[in-house]
Ligand binder design. Sequence first.
Ligand code: ZN
Length: 234
Amino acid sequence: MHDSALVLFSGGQDSATCLAWALDRYAHVETIGFQYGQRHAVELECRATFIQHLRQRYLEWDTRLGADHLLDLGLLGQISDTALTQAKAIEFEQSGLPNTFVPGRNLIFFTFAAALAYRRGLSVLVGGMCETDYSGYPDCRDDTLKALQVTLGLGLDTRYVLETPLMWLDKAATWRLAESLGGPDLVSLLLEETHSCYLGDRSQRHVWGYGCNQCPACELRRKGFERYRHEASR
Ligand code: ZN
């Protein structure tokens, strides 16, 4: 019976949408987040606020939502020379990957999530990874995560299901999914209380939410929201 889930929840738009998706679907849902020396703690601050608002606005989801777990993975900051964890500018490397890439990050996150899920008796792991308009992170690929599902199942001798509801959606479709799950209230909550900007800028509020409006994450979020709004108005 796969009726309880652990959601990888960073405080960003994608993982917040996944949290709503899981609450709509499973009887019991818990959340896990990671501290790993991010240059900006903004996302982590958004986590708590988003959960608090979600509980207040959606009483049925409130009853299903269990503990939030925050794990310290500071050692990732030690081994990663990236723009997110060091004071460097965001740029694209020869591989085509942005230097914000923490190598293998999602493998590590899911492995820790599985270990926690084992202890908590949860059998579904949910993540916001997406192949459609992603930055080329190889650990976001569907095949990577399908292989990891098999590995974790064998390694922990427990059947885990790794769910990635956004895998084949573009950013406009992700907004539509949120609207279908929680109506316009959820769209507003995502705009107001989630954070995607690589630079951690929450000083400027745009129609698509807060951010610097310059970095690749802001560009992706802006374009997706504009397309979502454009399609809704037709
Ligand atoms: Zn930005």
